[in-house]
Design a protein around this ligand. Structure first.
Ligand SMILES: NC(=O)c1ccc[n+]([C@@H]2O[C@H](COP(=O)([O-])OP(=O)(O)OC[C@H]3O[C@@H](n4cnc5c(N)ncnc54)[C@H](O)[C@@H]3O)[C@@H](O)[C@H]2O)c1
Length: 413
């Protein structure tokens, strides 16, 4: 079903350096009382504070919740929701990294449909529309500004949980690359690598047969026409600019391309979904307390190595995209070009300081089997993987990723 496509997106996407100046007019079209969900950086950063001032100057009653905690624990959503109930907003602004944007989405769910949030865990369980969210990313990575997902840490669950529903897609994504100029190198690297992982996993997910109930029955429908288009755009933008943005954070042109890469990678996985690197990161993140982006990126070369026999054409195209973005051109058969894609991704991640193994990420060797078993429980992500996964193959991927020995997976092709 190669001519099938689904795209879901915010009603309005505004992209460009300086375009945070559109916030007040965009918000005024949606409401008169705005709750800004952000984090402690808000108090220090004049660009962020100026945005709240612009809302107020436009006559929009504005309150700021700046208690967002990275990786989003449930208690933080509950605290922000209580604050929102007391204030009574009609528009929510998620201003910050993925954690702040996800918080705005989840406050929107609670205000519209009530708590506990656990009743919405999983797919298509949010019963209807939520309050409009304006998503303003200050990292270039998660793509949350355009996705139908929010992720949180519930202390009753061993791994982070997601709520996936088209109702969670923000009404507006306002993407101003200048807001990422303050990201330090490791944050730039981890969030940019998260975006490249989204793009590559979306570009290589399994295709599912399209059916009458696909659009309204599945949030993530697998690789399709539109996700491929966005994924290609993202891979090229990130391949050519992520290292530069990490090495010189003041390079606005590189920042623009990396933010464009994160946005388009979000558009790609918003419909196609992601696969094994994400399935494995959830337990790894829970056990090592490491950031999502760094974890999925550390895993990606191993997952690609396992998937290579099922993705020759796609991986060869990834090599072409890296070459178009400036990597030295190399010829070779489709198989050789597919193998090269993994080397190129691995080289880029090494250059920007992504840990090269799960051991480097801090996972004790004795926890590999537990990680593999937990990963298999993420059944949607496992089903989405282009090469079938079973307990044996999952154990092999985790073991080779732990040891930093990709060649162990090559031997089993
Ligand atoms: N909803 C989705 O589609 C989706 C997709 C992937 C990941 N996620 C989730 O997003 C979260 C991760 O988001 P993230 O990687 O953007 O980081 P984050 O929001 O967790 O923020 C990490 C840190 O970076 C700081 N920060 C943010 N912007 C900055 C800037 N411009 N300058 C300096 N510091 C800045 C924050 O203050 C915070 O301390 C995780 O909870 C992850 O599970 C969501």
């Amino acid at each position: 079903m190669e001519n099938f496509g689904i795209a879901r997106a915010p009603g309005l996407i505004v992209f460009g350096s300086g375009r945070r100046d559109a916030l007040a007019s965009v918000a005024a079209a949606l409401g008169t009382r705005a709750l800004v969900c952000t984090d402690g950086r808000f108090r220090e950063d004049p660009m962020l504070r100026a945005m709240a001032e612009a809302l107020r100057a436009a006559g929009i009653q504005t309150e700021v919740y700046d208690g967002t905690i990275a990786e989003l624990p449930l208690e933080c959503v509950e605290a922000a929701t209580a604050r929102a109930r007391a204030f009574g907003p009609d528009v929510l602004v998620g201003l910050g990294g993925g954690s702040c944007i996800d918080l705005a989405k989840l406050v929107g769910v609670c205000l519209a449909h009530g708590e506990p949030l656990s009743q919405y865990y999983g797919e298509f369980r949010v019963p209807g529309p939520i309050m409009p969210v304006i998503a303003i990313p200050t990292t270039a990575g998660t793509g949350s500004e355009v996705t139908p997902v929010a992720v949180l840490a519930d202390p009753d669950r061993a791994v982070k949980v997601g709520i996936s529903s088209p109702h969670l897609i923000p009404a507006v994504a306002l993407c101003d690359p200048e807001l990422t100029l303050t990201c330090p190198p490791m944050l730039t690297a981890g969030s940019g690598a998260d975006a490249l992982t989204h793009a590559i996993e979306a570009f290589t997910t399994a295709r599912s047969p399209a059916a009458a109930d696909t659009p309204m029955g599945k949030v993530f429908v697998g690789k399709n026409l539109f996700s491929d288009m966005y994924a290609r755009m993202a891979i090229r933008a990130l391949a050519g600019n992520l290292a530069r943005a990490v090495e010189d954070g003041r390079d606005v042109r590189a920042r623009e391309q990396v933010m464009l890469g994160a946005l388009t990678a979000g558009m790609a996985f918003a419909a196609a979904g992601t696969a094994a690197a994400h399935a494995i990161q959830y337990p790894v993140g829970a056990l090592t307390h490491t950031a999502h982006g760094v974890g999925v990126a550390a895993l990606l070369p191993y997952v690609m190595e396992f998937n290579r026999p099922a993705c020759i054409e796609e991986f060869a195209q990834i090599t072409s995209l890296f070459e178009a973005a400036g990597a030295p051109a190399g010829g070779g058969s489709p198989e050789q070009r597919a193998a090269r894609a993994i080397d190129l991704v691995e080289d880029l991640f090494r250059r920007i300081g992504i840990p090269a193994s799960l051991a480097q990420l801090g996972l004790p060797a004795g926890q590999c089997e537990e990680v593999a078993a937990q990963s298999l429980r993420a059944s949607r992500l496992v089903r989405n993987n282009p090469r079938p996964l079973d307990p044996d193959s999952m154990n092999r991927i985790v073991a080779s990723a732990h040891a930093g020995r990709r060649e162990q997976l090559r031997e089993t092709h």
